[in-house]
Design a protein around this ligand. Structure first.
Ligand SMILES: [Zn+2]
Length: 143
């Protein structure tokens, strides 16, 4: 058995993915080493595709580029198991604070490839910092 498939079976994330796919009315078929669940009918998440364990869920079959991106998430699940979910939420929150979106500084999305995932990277916000020129002079300006 494939090691990633074995790990995601043992850590129960693939089981969660299959249950979600079934509940959301997906058709599940094997694609390469993993599973593609198409026909996802729920409104959330709004992403074109997302991954739970070894199951890639989407409304329509995904392109090869997106499939490669989602396979990286499959491997992230193999490393973290169910801890992927809170870790991903923290990474998304960090990204939101730094850039105003949940992917640009999200280590999981960066690791999977932002461009392959269809994301446009935003620059880091520079709030809360002042350049030397912004700092008011100490003491009264005139005396
Ligand atoms: Zn992704």
């Amino acid at each position: 058995m494939d090691l990633v498939v074995l790990l995601n079976t043992v850590n129960l994330t693939s089981g969660a993915g299959f249950l979600l796919a079934r509940a959301a009315g997906c058709t599940v078929r094997r694609r390469d080493r993993f599973w593609e669940a198409t026909g996802y009918s729920w409104s959330q998440p709004r992403a074109a595709a997302f991954t739970v364990g070894c199951v890639v869920l989407s409304r329509r079959p995904v392109s090869e580029v997106v499939w490669q991106h989602e396979q990286a998430h499959v491997r992230q699940y193999a490393v973290l198991g169910p801890a992927f979910w809170p870790a991903y939420a923290l990474a998304a929150g960090w990204s939101w604070l730094r850039t105003g979106d949940w992917w640009s500084r999200n280590a999981f999305e960066r690791g999977a490839g932002l461009t392959a995932g269809g994301y446009v990277e935003r620059p880091v916000r520079r709030f809360g910092r002042r350049s030397r020129g912004d700092v008011p002079a100490a003491g009264p300006v005139s005396a």
